[in-house]
Design a protein around this ligand. Structure first.
Ligand SMILES: [Fe+2]
Ligand SMILES: [Fe+2]
Length: 190
């Protein structure tokens, strides 16, 4: 299958249906739509944003630990494995070859320092798509469409607190992402 989003969207949606449970499938379509809206707002490629948004959770229901071993992917947290595993799986199966899209999928859960515009868009779209419902989501949606870096820091901070409160291990990419965008807003309101 080619990675041409516009011409192959139907086949990609069918692939998602096969790989994901209903709720995750709906979430993926929501991330696609939000990623397209953010791409329009910030002048990123709609083609890449749509493709990455649609496929970002492709590995969510796969055996991520087994695939991580196969692909040589290391992470202290099993929860974040589906990003890098999904990117490696899509490359292996010739579905996505574009590096920018693959990196946006790879880092959609953890973020990382100095993210590309596309990476920021997918990270945020994953957080704020229409079916997401949590106390801070309205604030985050507002930030996402007014100041993308502020929205990013807001999300990274929420997720860091959540990881720590759940007693989970923090991926080093999350720490570096947080530090990177905290520096940008040192002493700020976020
Ligand atoms: Fe995910
Ligand atoms: Fe997701």
């Amino acid at each position: 299958m080619k990675a041409d989003y516009t011409n192959n969207r139907g086949a990609l949606v069918a692939l998602l249906r096969e790989k994901l449970r209903e709720e995750r499938f709906t979430h993926s379509l929501g991330v696609e739509q939000t990623a397209l809206a953010l791409a329009e707002k910030y002048g990123a490629s709609r083609e890449k944003a749509g493709l990455a948004g649609l496929l970002h959770d492709i590995a969510k229901q796969m055996d991520a630990p087994a695939l991580a071993e196969k692909y040589g992917i290391l992470s202290p947290s099993e929860k974040t494995l589906h990003g890098p595993v999904g990117a490696a799986w899509l490359l292996e199966h010739d579905i996505v070859k574009d590096d920018e899209v693959l990196l946006a999928i790879k880092y959609h859960t953890t973020g990382r320092a100095d993210m590309t515009l596309l990476e920021k868009i997918i990270y945020l779209a994953d957080y704020i798509e229409p079916s997401r419902d949590f106390a801070e989501v309205a604030q985050m949606r507002e930030y996402a469409f007014s100041d993308i870096n502020k929205a990013l820091l807001y999300g990274l901070k929420l997720s860091m607190v959540d990881i720590v409160e759940r007693g989970s291990l923090v991926d080093i990419d999350s720490v570096e992402a947080y530090n990177c965008y905290r520096r940008m807003f040192e002493g700020g309101e976020v």
